[in-house]
Design a protein around this ligand. Structure first.
Ligand SMILES: NC(=O)C1=CN([C@@H]2O[C@H](COP(=O)(O)OP(=O)(O)OC[C@H]3O[C@@H](n4cnc5c(N)ncnc54)[C@H](OP(=O)(O)O)[C@@H]3O)[C@@H](O)[C@H]2O)C=CC1
Ligand SMILES: N[C@@H](CC=O)C(=O)O
Ligand code: NA
Length: 395
């Protein structure tokens, strides 16, 4: 009971300062199951996740970090020799000459499963190739946790294969950080649905990058910083996808709406064959479509600043601001994302700052006033916290 209370506090983003002791202190005195953890992807979120995981004192932690993989290197240790130092793991990985081999990793992890030993892979990449491996991992009894949106918002076939592989083996897939980063959006939605509430509509600002950009760019005043400069800052702050165009084309929001829509699983919503079925209004000037690297994209973006200036001026003349919003409407059967104008008195104009997301659930129970979740919706610390929160749900 005490532990359940602590975990639900994690889900509510209220971490007490002595959280690690509270959560795990009694575990050293009981024969608790251990969780062997393999991390794939050690970029911004992956590195922060490892640091948060390793900040749990090893003597009270149920987790053993036994494998790390970047796109070019990999390490694997026996559980007794697991990585324990937040200072050393980067050097350990960079000195490895092993290339990642996910077939071998699957076999090794699966062979380590035992009644008192669970295994989990944490996918901190944005790779579709890695996402395509989830069904095989789940079938092998490996739990999958990820902030990567590719699997849950990609082809419906992959999503269905994930759901059925999880049912077949009992291994779980958890994806809290795919929507609203660490904010408890997925867990809240799952609870609403599982307890029989009817979700009528979900609407809000779902992109930390878009939120940051328009909170800075469009404040109601006709002037302000250039569009390209705020996009660059959003990237420096770690809010954007590896390629910022994946945010500006609206696909990141379309992916999140697809995930929410599939999590609701209602027959009144369109069955989305992938995130590309979402009506999405891209902000990418046609001339910048298909640029392969983020650096090149950002170099060319200033050429289009005057177009965005014009949109800001027009909104300001109407007493409005620009915000990029998304809607999953179970009544109208609509799922869409795009740039909208809101009066300067609207909550999307007055209450958002930084990378804040705001998500409003209109349900049968939460009606006429919606259930609202708001807070930072991007950034390594909050995203990794959502991933670690999911891992805690497994122990
Ligand atoms: N940043 C944020 O605020 C949020 C991010 N997310 C999601 O979290 C995930 C990670 O984002 P972020 O950390 O910002 O991105 P990064 O680009 O910083 O990290 C991604 C890492 O994935 C690695 N990678 C790519 N392919 C493979 C592979 N096949 N095997 C192993 N590693 C691979 C890359 O490694 P290498 O460098 O070796 O190529 C890279 O370091 C993304 O899916 C993103 O959508 C979700 C919510 C918020
Ligand atoms: N690029 C995304 C990161 C989180 O999902 C965003 O800006 O929201
Ligand atoms: Na979340």
């Amino acid at each position: 009971m005490w532990r359940q209370r602590v975990f639900s506090r994690v889900a509510c983003n209220i971490l007490p300062p002595n959280f690690h002791r509270l959560a795990f202190a009694p575990m050293s005195t009981q024969t608790s199951p251990q969780m062997l953890v393999a991390v794939v992807g050690v970029g911004l979120v992956g590195s922060e996740f490892i640091n948060q995981l390793l900040s749990i004192p090893v003597e009270s932690s149920p987790f053993r970090l036994i494998s790390l993989s970047s796109s070019s290197r990999s390490v694997f240790f026996e559980p007794a020799k697991a990585v324990t130092s937040a200072q050393d793991w980067k050097a350990i990985l960079s000195q490895s000459n092993e290339k990642p081999n996910y077939e071998t990793l699957t076999e090794k992890l699966s062979s380590l499963r035992a009644p008192s030993t669970k295994v989990a892979i944490i996918d901190n990449t944005s790779s579709s190739e890695i996402a395509a491996l989830y069904p095989s991992w789940l079938k092998a009894g490996i739990n999958v946790i990820t902030p990567n949106k590719k699997a849950y918002s990609g082809d419906l076939g992959l999503y269905e294969a994930i759901v059925s592989a999880s049912k077949e083996s009992g291994a779980r897939f958890l994806n809290e950080s795919t929507v609203g980063a660490g904010l408890p959006v997925i867990s809240t939605l799952k609870e609403l649905v599982a307890t029989g509430d009817k979700v009528k509509k979900i609407e809000g600002v779902f992109s930390g990058t878009m939120s940051y950009i328009f909170n800075e760019f469009s404040t109601g005043s006709p002037d302000g910083p250039s569009f390209s400069s705020v996009v660059s800052v959003a990237r420096e702050k770690g809010y954007t996808e590896p390629h910022p165009a994946d945010d500006l084309n609206g696909f990141d929001v379309a992916r999140k709406l697809t995930i929410l829509s599939r999590t609701i699983g209602s027959s009144s919503l369109p069955s989305l064959s992938s995130f590309q079925s979402v009506q999405t209004a891209s902000l990418i000037p046609p001339a910048l479509e298909g640029i392969p690297t983020g650096d090149e994209f950002l170099k060319k973006l200033p050429e289009f600043d005057t177009e965005f200036d014009k949109m800001r001026k027009e909104a300001s003349q109407e007493g409005k601001v620009l915000r990029f919003v998304g809607v999953v409407d179970g009544i109208k059967g609509d799922v869409k994302a795009g740039l909208e104008k809101y009066p300067t008195s609207h909550p999307f104009a007055t209450s958002l700052g930084g990378s804040d997301n705001i998500i409003m659930f209109h349900t049968e129970r939460y009606s006429p006033r919606p259930l609202i979740i708001q807070g930072a919706g991007a950034g390594a610390a909050v995203t990794a916290m959502g991933v670690l929160g999911d891992l805690l749900k497994l122990v």
